[in-house]
Design a protein around this ligand. Structure first.
Ligand SMILES: Nc1ncnc2c1ncn2[C@@H]1O[C@H](COP(=O)(O)OP(=O)(O)OP(=O)(O)O)[C@@H](O)[C@H]1O
Ligand code: SF4
Ligand SMILES: [Mg+2]
Length: 318
């Protein structure tokens, strides 16, 4: 395989709360390769968005490192850091929740270019080009985001992310708020843009049908820890980690070819991220849990073929 675009090593992020420290991301290491779509999946609250924000440095990690093209982002300052940050953009579920509603669509998309010091004339030209690429009309430049539908707003969010010509886009539930038919349009747009611009995506989602369609590899996260990293096909056809299997089996629209007789459904509540279970964090919900699982934290092991899994008793392989 080629050199990774992103290498995350031992990332940790805890949040303070009245009840104690929330262990949102707790010693997470993984790589993102150029040109791939890496999906990040897991139940609500398991730390996906926090991890995505750590990667693009919207959040600072308590400890651990992120390297971009082999350069430690923590070692960069000033213009070198600004440049690196432009190389990593993020698309949110609702791209406008955090933006000034008085900005026109054109201004919203142009903002990262303005910040990068691109002159007005060139900015307008580049934004209009971008708008065409994502399926918007040039005259939309002067309209306001609230005048657009959800799907169009996501096209605007994608154009804004593309503006600084990044290598990586972190997509945090980009289609979760959209109707299924609109979802498909946006996913296809993302695929086309990826092919045209050699983009790399970290695609955060809890919709496993979408993930299966869009991703090449998958990272499964539970309560601040990674469980399994593998090619997408392997996760669906013969996962190693019980949580991967149960997450996929519990999805509302499982594969129609899947033998429903032996579906393994997720049970029990998500434990508290403030006081996670000792040993394996999944042990309170896992049907295979042993005393070892309840005391010794499983390490990530390499099973070959790009498959990594952190479990004392991985699922038998056919
Ligand atoms: N800024 C914050 N301050 C305090 N706690 C936070 C903050 N951001 C996230 N958390 C907590 O950290 C944990 C992980 O949250 P995160 O948003 O990363 O999960 P997620 O996997 O993205 O969930 P979802 O699927 O619901 O988006 C949760 O317990 C959440 O409440
Ligand atoms: S380590 Fe043990 S408890 Fe955790 S997933 Fe594996 S078998 Fe289940
Ligand atoms: Mg989230």
């Amino acid at each position: 395989m080629s050199e990774p675009l992103i290498r995350a090593e031992h990332l940790v992020k805890y949040f303070k709360s009245n009840a104690g420290r929330i262990k949102a991301v707790d010693d997470v290491s993984f790589e993102i390769y150029p040109g791939e779509t890496l999906a990040l999946v897991g139940e609500s609250g398991c730390g996906k968005s926090t991890l995505g924000r750590l990667i693009v440095r919207l959040l600072k990690a308590d400890s651990g490192t992120v390297t971009l093209n082999g350069v430690d982002l923590g070692s960069l300052k000033g213009s070198a850091l600004r440049k690196a940050r432009q190389n990593m953009q993020i698309v949110f579920q609702d791209p406008f929740s955090s933006l000034d509603p008085h900005f026109t669509v054109g201004e919203v998309i142009a903002e990262p270019l303005r910040a990068a010091g691109v002159k007005k004339e060139e900015r307008v030209q580049r934004v209009q080009q971008l708008m065409r690429r994502v399926g918007l009309q040039e005259e939309d430049y002067w309209r306001f985001p609230h005048q657009f539908s959800g799907g169009q707003r996501q096209r605007i969010g994608i154009a804004r992310a593309l503006a600084p010509e990044p290598q990586l886009i972190v997509c945090d539930e980009p289609v979760s708020a959209l109707d299924v038919s609109i979802q498909a349009q946006i996913l296809n747009l993302m695929r086309r843009l990826q092919a045209e611009s050699k983009l790399t995506y970290l695609f955060i989602s809890h919709d496993l049908a979408v993930v299966r369609y869009i991703s090449n590899r998958i990272v499964v996260m539970f309560l601040g820890k990674l469980c399994e990293i593998c090619p997408t096909k392997d996760a669906y056809e013969h996962p190693l980690h019980p949580y991967t299997r149960m997450l996929i089996d519990s999805a509302p629209e499982p594969d129609p070819d899947f033998d429903r007789e032996d579906r393994m459904l997720l049970q029990g509540e998500l434990p508290s991220p403030i006081n996670p279970p000792a040993g394996c964090r999944f042990c309170t919900r896992c049907p295979y849990a042993t005393d070892e699982c309840r005391t010794v934290e499983p390490e990530m092991k390499d099973y070959g073929g790009g498959r990594l899994c952190a479990c004392h008793h991985p699922l038998p392989q056919k």
